[in-house]
Design a protein around this ligand. Structure first.
Ligand code: FAD
Ligand code: MLT
Ligand code: ZN
Length: 448
């Protein structure tokens, strides 16, 4: 029996896709920049079907690319050439919220928006939120240790995962969904899978912590004359109600306004903008107003408490990815530096782009509370040279070459900048221990 026949007997003929036009949708990433040909797409509907599909691929010596919502931005979820794409879309079971533990069990293919709606219906919420919420899945977010818009309050995916269930390349199931908040029996296997980008096992379900729903929100956009002034405002904003501190710049905001047909936030543009959100049980408007009043250097501000006005303010920030994509296919580098070094890093990035890609269009934005910048460059020319310059600037500031999107294939060549030889040896050893045959996502995270 050949591999396709084995996959058909594992999951049923309608869930093994081989037609070029059908498979095409699984072959390119969200930006269209990273792509490759797939041998086939397989869509298992249960943990046992995942195991059978993996055993078939391992037996045939064909590598597997796990794929969730395919919103990843580093090429880890799309084929490089000749792999089987294992799509988790059918692993979409969502158990009832367990109010006693404040947790829920979700299939790997459950989408973030569905998870949040489910948690809210039970009077709770899920701590991670990001603009790709309608497509990004629990499995993909766990595999990339996704962060997003509320990390300052609730932490990234790593902080939400209590346990994972996963299948190794040889078909054995590992992990636990029992939801034990205390468990000191040795190595943290679920912890190793968070951020593993599909290189160690296929996550089939997750046991997730939920957070209080925080029904009352206040959102502000603040304009500053410099990044130094914006960074200096962060300490005054910190406190128990702080939920987001996002940064963007005048050129990016103008781009979003033009793309979405929005009016500018203020009569006069400001060089730097912060979007700040407070959330709690009770209306936090006064506390946000007081915090803002204590900040020096605010050139202009807008405050919103009702849902429509809050959404309008968020659009200036959340519209960036789409507006940049409309300019052309961008080089996207998601990086983090210690927040206190944010202004120095921004200057270094602007200098690197001016030197290496003088004609390119640079759009910066990100999550300032975590020093997380999204460096987007359209028309970079020599993308490798530009990525090299930017990622070296990150390393020089003591930062990370990936804050929240993962390493994927896009950044694997630069892992050595922020992981020592000893650490990379450990990575290789962990990979060998979990996936000795090298079936899962070869070339992702660990350079070939
Ligand atoms: P995919 O893209 O399908 O896969 C991502 C990686 O996970 C791949 O390496 C894949 O092999 C692996 N994988 C997927 N499912 C599994 C599984 N079940 N088991 C093992 N491995 C698996 N990210 C942030 O962190 N913060 C943001 O604010 C943010 N905003 C975004 C906004 C937009 C508009 C877009 C397009 C993306 C954004 N992202 C953001 C990128 C982010 O990585 C993804 O949104 C999300 O984490 C990936 O989920 P996914 O289901 O789409 O995974
Ligand atoms: C965001 O914060 O909007 C994202 O991580 C997406 C991006 O980098 O474009
Ligand atoms: Zn982000």
């Amino acid at each position: 029996m050949d591999l396709i026949d084995r996959l058909v007997s594992a999951v049923g003929a309608e869930h093994v896709l081989t037609g070029r036009d059908v498979v095409a949708g699984y072959e390119a990433d969200w930006t269209g920049r990273l792509r490759g040909r797939a041998l086939a797409v397989v869509r298992p509907g249960s943990r046992d079907e995942v195991a059978a599909a993996l055993v078939a691929c391992a037996g045939a010596g064909v590598p597997v690319v796990p794929q969730g919502g395919n919103t990843g931005l580093v090429g880890g979820g799309v084929p490089r050439g000749g792999e089987v794409v294992l799509s988790t879309v059918r692993l979409a079971a969502l158990d009832a919220v367990d109010r006693t533990s404040g947790q829920v069990t979700a299939g790997a293919g459950v989408r973030l928006a569905a998870l949040r709606a489910h948690a809210r219906a039970a009077g709770l919420d899920f701590g991670v939120d990001l603009a790709a919420r309608d497509s990004a899945t629990v499995g993909g977010m766990a595999a990339t240790n996704a962060g997003g818009l509320r990390v300052v309050r609730f932490g990234p995916m790593r902080a939400q995962v209590v346990g994972l269930e996963a299948v190794l390349a040889d078909g054995r199931a590992v992990g636990s969904l029992a939801g034990l908040e205390k468990d000191s029996t040795g190595y943290d296997l679920a912890g190793a899978l968070v951020g593993s980008e599909g290189t160690l096992a296929v996550v089939t379900a997750a046991r997730l912590r939920l957070v209080p729903a925080l029904p009352a929100r206040a959102t502000a956009v603040l304009g500053f004359g410099s990044t130094e002034a914006a960074v200096a405002a962060v300490p005054a904003l910190r406190g128990p109600l702080l939920t987001a501190v996002e940064v963007c710049f005048d050129d990016g905001v103008a781009l979003v306004c033009a793309h979405r047909g929005l009016a500018a936030p203020f009569r006069r543009p400001c060089p730097v903008y912060l979007l700040v959100e407070y959330a709690g049980e009770h209306d936090p408007t006064d506390q946000l107003g007081e915090a803002v009043a204590g900040i020096a250097g605010v050139l202009d501000s807008a405050l919103a408490t009702d849902e429509v006005s809050r959404r309008r303010l968020w659009a200036y920030r959340e519209g960036h990815t789409e507006a940049v994509g409309a300019l052309g296919v961008p080089l996207k580098l998601d990086v983090a530096v210690p927040p206190a070094r944010a202004a120095a890093f921004e200057a270094a990035v602007r200098a690197a782009v001016a030197e290496v890609a003088p004609g390119a269009r640079l759009v910066l934005f990100g999550h300032l509370a975590e020093g997380n910048f999204h460096v987007n460059v359209v028309g970079a020319g020599d993308e490798h040279a530009l990525a090299d310059a930017v990622l070296r600037a990150v390393a020089a500031e003591g930062g990370s070459i990936s804050a929240e999107h993962g390493v994927g294939v896009a950044k694997a060549p630069w892992l050595h900048l922020t992981r020592s030889a000893a650490e990379r040896d450990l990575y290789a050893g962990i990979k060998r221990a979990w996936d000795p045959g090298g079936v899962l996502n070869p070339g992702v995270l660990i350079p070939r």
